[in-house]
Design a protein around this ligand. Structure first.
Ligand SMILES: [Mg+2]
Ligand SMILES: [Zn+2]
Length: 192
């Protein structure tokens, strides 16, 4: 069984720039590729779990979400890193595109996508699971699925810590960025 790290996308792996309409505007946070490669090399599963409401809001088609994820995969590949699986929630209860505008059980902090990942990948060890993200809702996802939650200060992370975005949350660890987050996870796993 492999330990697993569920990674947020925007503000965690790639720079937070709001809704990304132009594919090439998606850019990795410096060092993110090497950090994910450390997980790959340590046989720790790296799985993307992301809320993507741009399609539900009518900013672009759902296929654009997949195109952005493909861009992410290719940028990581250029750094010899990979994600073991990618999951996204395209839903928003009060969106404007009817088929996506539903109250679902997969929008973070709801644990639907994590549960799906466990269902699809029987080698994941849910007792050694982590969530890394830049929002309070990422840390809440961790606690909703019995994982450890790491808040990164990139993206919205600093604003969350200063009380300017979402709401206060108690993370298991607060990291400068994904590099420090993954470093902490690898050390935490070595203790057990
Ligand atoms: Mg984020
Ligand atoms: Zn959903």
């Amino acid at each position: 069984m492999r330990p697993v790290v569920f990674l947020d996308r925007d503000g965690t792996i790639n720079e937070e720039i709001g809704y990304i309409t132009k594919i090439t505007d998606l850019q990795l946070i410096a060092g993110a590729g090497q950090a994910i490669k450390r997980l790959n090399d340590a046989n720790i599963a790296a799985i993307l779990i992301t809320n993507q409401t741009g399609a539900a809001r009518g900013y672009y088609d759902e296929t654009h979400i997949q195109a952005l994820n493909n861009r992410l995969v290719s940028l990581l590949k250029a750094e010899s890193a990979h994600l073991d699986a990618l999951y996204y929630c395209p839903h928003l209860a009060d969106g404007i595109i009817p088929y996506l505008s539903i109250k679902c059980d997969c929008r973070k902090p709801e644990p639907g996508l994590v549960l799906q990942a466990y269902k699809d990948n029987s080698d994941l060890d849910s007792q050694r699971a982590y969530v890394v993200g830049d929002k309070a809702t990422d840390v809440e996802l961790a606690h909703n699925c019995n994982a450890k939650g790491i808040l990164v200060k990139t993206g919205y992370g600093n604003d969350v810590l200063q009380g300017k975005y979402q709401h206060p949350v108690t993370a298991d660890f607060t990291a400068e960025n994904i590099i420090e987050a993954i470093d902490w996870i690898i050390r935490d796993l070595s203790k057990n």
